[in-house]
Design a protein around this ligand. Structure first.
Ligand code: BES
Ligand code: MN
Ligand code: ZN
Length: 498
């Protein structure tokens, strides 16, 4: 069920009809019980009375409702926004809680008044939309959809046009994020490198005037000398694919047109990671279907950019393979050669993400002159230990790229944390038998993985690597794909359109 959202400078209640019932009004109160936003409306007075009479404390996410239908038929809810000085970090929690409170109403009007700026408005709306996300395609009986269909957003701090633009970008972001979540949540017997490539082709159909999608198979990749990619893919019966999507947002797309110094997005697309011959333990292995979370995020961001019509040139490269043990699989000790001639001794076949990525990084540098390259990968368990599921790790050799990514992370609350790339860490990748080995030991596991990738970045090429192993999916009762870091990426790409 899609929600229809609209922004308004003030509340106007039309005579209710069956098709258009009166909206349920939502106000916000802080932990002092003070109504937020100077909402100039009679109903705000009722909200204040409701707070006073109920002794509502305004705890974050709590709600008190008044269905006093004897007055004018309008029912209202006051949502607790918690402590005001903590609100900036709690907007998404509040968005989710607001959705939960409203889901059984057909129509709602959310009255923020003059307290919410565009940044927090965007975070709030995206959280509200994400709370409405379901992945239920494999259930034989679908549960009933929530009642909520239309939401009016009443805001007065910035101009209406600003909120309208923020809403449009947020809705585009949500489409991309949902796409990423759908791809990553899909079962690994359904989503393999070939079906992932089909999804990319579908994007080309939907946004054909600006997109060009091409897919390389294993024959072509072998010919190009992508020995590292092939060493991962060769153990699987599923053919590996390199998916290349060109988005012409600035350069006009014609038959012969070439992208002009595009931003490059590169995603790890391991559709299932068993570990290969270095087999993973069984417990929780199902979650390795999320090992294409980097690919999903890059495809999601690309879709969002198409939806929003952002004026940049972009090339998205997805390294899609399945990591399986078999008679054809790579052995620990095997030595292979990447597209740029680097020889790699594979000491652990479970460190496969860096192997598919290094060839994708070579490919994108050989075929484009990227302004900057961003790669995203569920690369290491060590990153999960270091940063948990709150922040994604970012590594970069370029200050401009790094700052823009961090700023986008702050703007969307899809947060990053910078990690180091010192050469002294790279020393852990020294092999006795080849130019590099594919693991650097237990110490600094996320860092040495990033150093491995850096080895394939040409001198002077701006680049950032995102290790999203902890943030792309959740475990336990909330098991599922988050669609992170699509919000950060969309904001970053928008910031690059100048
Ligand atoms: N896909 C995993 C990393 C991962 C672990 C993602 C947990 C999400 C949650 C990656 O391919 C992997 O297996 N990495 C190994 C590297 C090691 C062998 C150097 C790891 O982190 O254990
Ligand atoms: Mn692995
Ligand atoms: Zn993996």
């Amino acid at each position: 069920m899609t929600l229809t959202l609209s922004v308004h400078p003030k509340l106007s209640l039309k005579k209710p009809t069956k098709a258009n019932p009166l909206p349920h009004l939502v106000f916000f109160a802080d932990s002092e019980g003070t109504l937020l936003g100077n909402v100039a409306d009679d109903h705000a007075k009722r909200a204040e009375q409701l707070i006073a009479k109920s002794g509502f404390k305004g705890e974050l996410g709590a709600a008190v409702s008044d269905h006093a239908l004897d007055t004018d038929g309008v029912s209202i809810t006051v949502m607790g926004a918690g402590k005001l000085d903590k609100l900036a970090g709690n907007i998404q929690k509040l968005g989710k809680a607001t959705y939960k409170t409203l889901k059984n109403q057909r129509s709602a009007a959310i009255c923020w008044g003059d307290v919410i700026c565009q940044k927090h408005f965007s975070q709030f709306v995206l959280a509200l939309l994400n709370a409405n996300y379901r992945f239920d395609r494999h259930f034989s009986k679908k549960s009933d959809a929530d009642a909520l269909q239309t939401v009016q957003l009443i805001n007065t701090k910035d101009s209406l046009a600003d909120y309208e633009a923020a809403l449009a970008l947020t809705e585009a972001t949500f489409k991309g994020q949902s796409f990423a979540r759908d791809l990553a949540n899909e079962a690994p017997n359904v989503l393999n490198p070939s079906t992932l490539a089909k999804e990319a082709k579908k994007l080309a159909k939907a946004y054909g005037d600006k997109l060009e999608v091409s897919v390389l198979g294993e024959k072509e990749m072998t010919k190009l000398g992508m020995g590292c990619f092939m060493s991962v893919s060769q153990g699987s019966d599923q053919e590996g694919k390199l998916i290349v999507i060109e988005y012409f947002g600035k350069t006009k797309k014609t038959k012969k047109a070439k992208l002009a110094s595009p931003i490059a997005l590169v995603g790890k697309g391991i559709t299932f990671d068993t570990g290969g011959i270095s087999l993973k333990p069984g417990a929780g292995m199902d979650e390795m279907k999320f090992d294409m979370g980097g690919a999903a995020a890059m495809l999601g961001a690309t879709k969002a950019i198409c939806e929003a019509g952002i004026e940049i040139d972009l090339v998205t490269v997805i390294a899609a393979a399945e990591n399986m043990p078999s008679g054809k699989a790579t052995r620990p000790g095997d030595i292979v050669t990447a597209m740029n001639g680097t020889s790699v001794e594979i000491l652990n076949t479970d460190a496969e993400g860096r192997l598919v990525l290094c060839d994708a990084l070579c490919y994108v540098q050989d075929n484009y002159q990227p302004r900057t390259i961003i790669d995203a990968a569920t690369l290491t368990g060590a990153c999960v230990i270091a940063l948990g599921s709150v922040r994604s790790a970012v590594y970069s050799n370029d200050e401009d790229t790094l700052f823009a990514l961090e700023a986008a992370g702050e703007y969307t609350n899809d947060l990053l944390w910078q990690m180091p790339l010192d050469d002294d860490y790279a020393a852990q990748l020294k092999s006795n038998f080849a130019d590099l080995q594919n693991i650097g030991g237990r110490e600094g596991g996320s860092i040495t993985a990033a150093c491995f990738l850096k080895h394939f970045i040409k001198e002077g090429q701006a680049w950032a690597h995102l290790d999203i192993a902890g943030t792309a999916s959740l475990s336990g009762a909330d098991k599922g794909a988050t669609g992170r870091p699509v919000p950060m990426l969309v904001q970053f790409l928008k910031s690059q359109a100048v």
